[in-house]
Ligand binder design. Structure first.
Ligand code: GCW
Length: 665
């Protein structure tokens, strides 16, 4: 049944007419080691080849064999003297060769995880029906840390999860179920090598022994797949777990408590990754409660895990909750002065934009501004602010836009990609049969991994790849689905928050429009705080005349953003407050352009529906119908956003609808 469980690892039989190129290929899988990772690689190859070619591969060296391994654990590989030196621990080499008279394919690496990654890469080629003759391919990951962050609570609820409940079955653990292994396979297939199991709004209980024993079981299940386990730690754990009266990071007892806790964890899980911490953010406890700063807190925990090689991911998601400050300035204002103050095993984790995972934000000015600090880019794979489980929004283009954004510092040519050591994506995985709620949300999990592996990957190429793995290789389907995906995120921007508008979603659940909300107790949660619209104009002035947040960027970038003549249209209302009559570069007034942009967003979703309809008959009916239903919901949602937004703006500006705008249905 096509229920989506297999994700992009479907390994369906390759149609007879496409099989000849694999005749005499993949006849055998040869592994000279039985280590868990090599065994996982060999078993994946057998499974994939069995599925696609409908044969059971042998295990000996023969014509058409696939030989996998590392020089350390395979004499055959060692003897081939392959050029592996530059490939690090996780890179791999795929090469066609002749060994002892047999024509074979070699999957070789320095580290066993590299062999696993190479095996997935070889399978991917076959899934895409590409030739596996004359191979000479080597790849290495751009970043060492390619992570998922689960916002899973211990009771199974997932904060901002739209695909069921947590796949961590805390009742059943430490017995590990098959799904956990399939999760690890999926991650390894796209190179994800770290996972934080629990919500950053953390429950201290995760650090108690009963839970740690369960965490140990998960770590054991993931280890063969090259995935390290991390935990979100609540800063007040020493108090919450009933041991101390304070969590002051400079208190010797507190420091000793964390050290002992780290020692306990590492006794159970010697390769434990470390902690992720949300501190002094949205009510979470943190060092500021004791008059200390973020570096004091992070360093104290870093010292505890340091002897074990552990890391601390310390989030920079902090903001003013009051009316007078510009909320988006906060992370930079607090963290920039701390550059150089963090231990070398601290990584400051910065959301892609200065606000909060909106459909479009400019990149966070912290990227490039803390050259003496390790930074991680945090993205949200789950679509909290982009429609959640409605319709399609492929986020590859968004992440790529961020990664390619020029920071112009520390070097003139720096971009965001060049300023980070890790990427962490807030996971969209839940226990829905298809893992991610909608089938197309699987693409976001996939793209997260592929872009973390190759920061400069073309998101269209990633979409193309995922499409072929997920929907098959029919040329018409590949073209249509890829193009549908590539336009889908921009469509959400157009119908939700065009021209730099932001944070207009419904209170707390963040689904659907609510630009009229202005009375929340926390001022910087109000949509009205962000759009600042009234009878005369709209937008947030972040130039020197306003909050001056533009000035947090490198001078050259700041000048562009702060200059009304230079700011890109997509950031206009993010940086400027302008009259409704403001002339856009197109010559239109802002009001007319805004209405047209909402219409465009709605039209784009209509076009996506038409593209999808054209595929009926090409795609299995069950999955086709599911996506068609998703897109119908998105059509309604797009109209809802457009009509509600326009009506609300009109209630302020009393301007007539421009000609050509369809009246609300
Ligand atoms: O986007 C906001 C979410 C919160 C989340 C917070 C964060 C985990 O609405 O649900 O809390 O960001 O990133 O800490």
């Amino acid at each position: 049944v096509e229920d989506g469980y297999d994700l992009w690892l479907r390994y369906r039989p390759i149609a007879a007419q496409a099989t000849p190129q694999y005749a005499g290929r993949a006849t055998s899988v040869v592994a000279e080691s039985t280590s868990p990772t090599i065994a996982a690689a060999a078993s994946e190859l057998r499974r994939g080849i069995g599925g696609m070619l409908q044969v059971t591969p042998a295990a000996d060296l023969r014509d058409g064999a696939i030989l996998i391994g590392t020089p350390a654990s395979s004499a055959l590989i060692r003897q081939m003297r392959l050029p592996l030196r530059r490939l690090g621990n996780e890179g791999y080499l795929l090469r066609s060769a002749t060994l002892r008279g047999s024509r074979i394919t070699v999957v070789a690496a320095n580290g066993e995880t590299g062999v696993l990654y190479g095996s997935f890469a070889l399978l991917r080629r076959m899934q895409m029906q590409q030739s596996i003759d004359s191979l000479d391919i080597s790849e290495t990951p751009a970043l060492k840390l390619r992570m998922l962050n689960h916002w899973d609570n211990l009771d199974g609820f997932i904060e901002r999860g739209y695909s069921g409940k947590s796949i961590w079955n805390w009742q059943q653990l430490p017995t590990v179920d098959a799904r956990v292994i399939d999760y690890a396979r999926a991650n390894a297939s796209v190179g994800i090598n770290a996972t934080v199991l629990n919500n950053v709004n953390a429950n201290a209980q995760i650090l108690t022994e009963p839970y740690l024993l369960k965490v140990k079981a998960l770590a054991g299940a993931f280890r063969p797949y090259g995935i390290k386990v991390y935990l979100s730690a609540r800063f007040s754990s020493p108090i919450d777990l009933g041991h101390l009266k304070t969590a002051d990071p400079l208190d010797p007892e507190v420091r000793a408590w964390w050290k002992a806790k780290a020692d306990e964890i590492y006794r159970l899980i010697p390769d434990f990754g470390g902690f992720l911490v949300k501190a002094n953010s949205e009510g979470q406890p943190g060092p500021q409660g004791y008059g200390r700063n973020h570096a004091d807190g992070a360093n104290m925990m870093a010292d505890a895990v340091k002897p074990h090689g552990g890391l601390i991911f310390w989030r920079a998601f902090v903001y003013a909750m009051g009316p007078d400050q510009d909320r988006i300035r906060a992370a930079y204002d607090e963290f920039k002065p701390l550059d150089g103050k963090f231990r070398d095993n601290v990584i400051v984790q910065v959301k892609n934009g200065p606000l909060d995972f909106q459909p479009r934000e400019p990149f966070s000015p912290l990227f490039g501004a803390m050259p003496k600090t390790k930074l991680a880019l945090e993205t949200q794979v789950t679509r909290e602010y982009l429609g959640q489980s409605t319709g399609i929004a492929y986020l590859g283009p968004m992440w790529s836009e961020v990664l390619r954004s020029r920071t112009a510092r520390p070097r003139p040519t720096s971009d965001v990609a060049s300023t980070i050591v890790a990427i962490a994506g807030v996971s969209n995985v839940g226990n829905d049969r298809n893992w991610t709620g909608t089938l197309f949300d699987q693409a976001n999990w996939y793209a997260h991994g592929r872009l973390a592996w190759n920061l400069h990957a073309d998101p269209a190429a990633v979409a193309n790849e995922w499409t072929r793995l997920t929907w098959g290789n029919a040329p018409q389907a590949i073209t249509l689905i890829t193009s549908l995906m590539m336009g889908s995120r921009e469509a959400t921007v157009d119908y939700m928050t065009p021209f730099g508008l932001t944070h207009l979603m419904g209170t707390s659940h963040h689904h659907g429009p609510a630009p009229w909300v202005a009375d929340l107790g926390t001022p910087s949660w109000n949509p009205a705080y962000f759009h600042k619209a009234d009878a005369t104009g709209i937008g947030f002035d972040r130039t020197t005349a306003g909050s001056n947040a533009a000035d947090q960027y490198a001078p050259e970038i700041a000048r562009t953003f702060a200059d009304l003549d230079k700011v890109p249209d997509e950031y206009l209302l993010w940086f400027h407050h302008v009259p409704w009559s403001h002339r856009m570069r197109s010559g239109d007034t802002l009001w007319n352009a805004l209405v047209a942009r909402y219409d465009l967003g709605v039209a784009k979703v209509g076009a996506m529906q038409a593209q999808w309809s054209a595929l009926s008959g090409t795609i299995d009916p069950v999955r086709h119908a599911q996506v068609a239903a998703d897109l119908r919901a998105q059509q309604q949602e797009a109209q809802w956003w457009r009509d509600a937004s326009i009506a609300y703006w009109q209630s302020l500006n009393h301007l007539p609808l421009p000609e050509g705008h369809p009246l609300p249905a």
